[in-house]
Write a protein that binds this ligand. Sequence first.
Ligand code: NAP
Length: 261
Amino acid sequence: MTTTPWHERSVVVTGGTRGIGRGIAELFARRGAAVLLTGRDAEAARAVATDLARSTGGRVAGAGVDVRDAHAVEAAVTAAERLHGHVDILCANAGIFPEKPLREMTAADIDEVLEVNLRGCMLTTRACLPAMERSGHGRIVLTSSITGPTTGYTGWSHYGASKAGQIGFLRGAALELAPAGITVNAVLPGNVRTEGLAELGEDYLRRMASSIPLGRLGETADIAHAVAFLASDEAAFITGQTLIVDGGQTVPESLDALATL
Ligand code: NAP
């Protein structure tokens, strides 16, 4: 197998201003790939890009993009292609996880979560296709979640629906894009220490850590390495698949099984 060095790859990471997305952008930059990271706030995105360029010595640019806005998403991909010459890898990672019990959930709550998490990742994937076809190389990695595809959690039924929806989307997209050699896969993180997760409170973090067989929350680098594998040349024969990265959280079949550790 011939492999292309990372410094010849160009990556777009949505939701790259913090948390898992920032970890993904950092790993690709460290490996030498050119990175465009996005978040809703253009200034914040550019500031994070400058930080990462400095700390990794890599090529990192930032752009303000709301993934709900189809035109903004297309403009960002065009900008990445103009800046870096091509776009080969998309990490569709932007997402939100507001907690809301079903009985209190408004139509607007449902729309917001589905629009950002599901429709946003579909729009971003679609926007990257022309550039990937021009580049002759395409790897799309979605950040889904264990919540929805694998597990359920009270207060997050809309979130679970959006994350399970991403998996339905990726299977159809993987088939449609296979003839072009573009792969579509997803990572399913468990509980990962990010700014977004921290907003759920220390008590939540403690309870989650105690339900993980490997005995700790995930770090953003744990997810980034799984993403980088699915985005690599070595993963050329993997498409339409999901990779759980959760420290074993979804493995115990009962609280008893967990208690024996
Ligand atoms: P986070 O710390 O809250 O970061 C979320 C990122 O998404 C930020 O960069 C944010 O940037 C961006 N974002 C939010 N809304 C956006 C929008 N409408 N348009 C564009 N960008 C937007 O979250 P995280 O914990 O890193 O989670 C990242 C992804 O991993 C999400 O898809 C989440 O569902 C998934 N995930 C996380 C965990 C976990 O334990 N942390 C577990 C499973 C799955 P701005 O605010 O600047 O727009």
